[in-house]
Design a protein around this ligand. Sequence first.
Ligand SMILES: [Zn+2]
Length: 396
Amino acid sequence: MRYISADYIFPVSSQPIKNGVITLDDFGEIIEVSLKSKVKNPKGEIEFYKGIICPGFVNAHCHLELSFLKNKLTPKTGLPKFITQVLRSRFAYSKPEILKAIETAEQEMIKNGIVAVGDISNNENTFVRKNELNLLYHTFIEVLELSPDKAEEAMINARRLKRDAKSLKLEATIVPHAPYTVSEKLLKLINEDAKKNESIITIHNQESETESELFVFGSGELFETFMAMGITREFLRVTERNSLQSTIHYLKDAAKILLVHNTYTSAKDIEYIKSMFSSRQSSIYFCTCPNANLFIENKLPDYNLFIEQGLSVTIGTDSLASNMSLSILDEMKTISKHYPDIPLQTLLTWATKNGADFFNFEHLGTIVPGKTPGLNLLKYVDGMKITKDTQVERLL
Ligand SMILES: [Zn+2]
């Protein structure tokens, strides 16, 4: 038995408990969460920590395979130039460098109290590391292909990669990269695959304004970037509706959808999603990656809108190509800095429970009996608030 106490315990599934005590068995499973006065005859010392204890963090969006691009790209260029930079740098590094960067990045996540990751893969570079089970992963096999004639081939490649992941016992599902990098045909194939396998899927959504410009007007910086790459104009989906509204309905048969970024998502868009998924709104989740948004576009989503609309929000770090750290606490600090009124209980729900719910990681996300969510200590807090000086220490 182990007894762990702090100034505040945030079980997340319920309100914070001042001077609460978490009782754990020898395997780290939670037996009880209660007030200190309710713990009768403890069979050991109660360990007390100054600060806040919360469940382990779930990083809902990462590209571990891009870790080698840390500190390599120019910030605040906007999405089209960011994508161009990634494409250019992709082949400039050796396999050992790439694998080493993946290992270091995973270590960083563990140190920062992350216990599970939704990770995007375009290749098998991360699979061996994931197979070590240092962290729990859901791997999203990402597909992008604009030519409808090559849609089938793209799916064959994705299925092959998924089989490789599964052979290493990794959970994996096939997902589209973004509305502007997939054809209608490919979206339909992905949806069919998701329906057949009852998959949870994800898609980058409204990370920049120029995506919608492409869809609505067939112009703008992203459109021009594609033209400069020699992409045929007819492959670009100019639909007179924005990127989200031109795409989401194709994916309606997935078990759940995680929309990532949502920087330019409006109340109208949310209304559209709600009408499209009227009977199963609870299957749509919204992931925010604030530090990556500031790095690439220098703009954050409208979090007040997310809260008003009652959205299920999760938090992701995105990759080290567009972030200085892989730390959910750092993401929470950024949100708090710009939206100081969002309570810590809300931020922690985004950082832990909602991600665990989306990925069906049932033993994670909340501090309740029977679960093994991992325990993080948030040090240097101001009562029930995090500050710029707050640090995370992994207790379990
Ligand atoms: Zn991403």
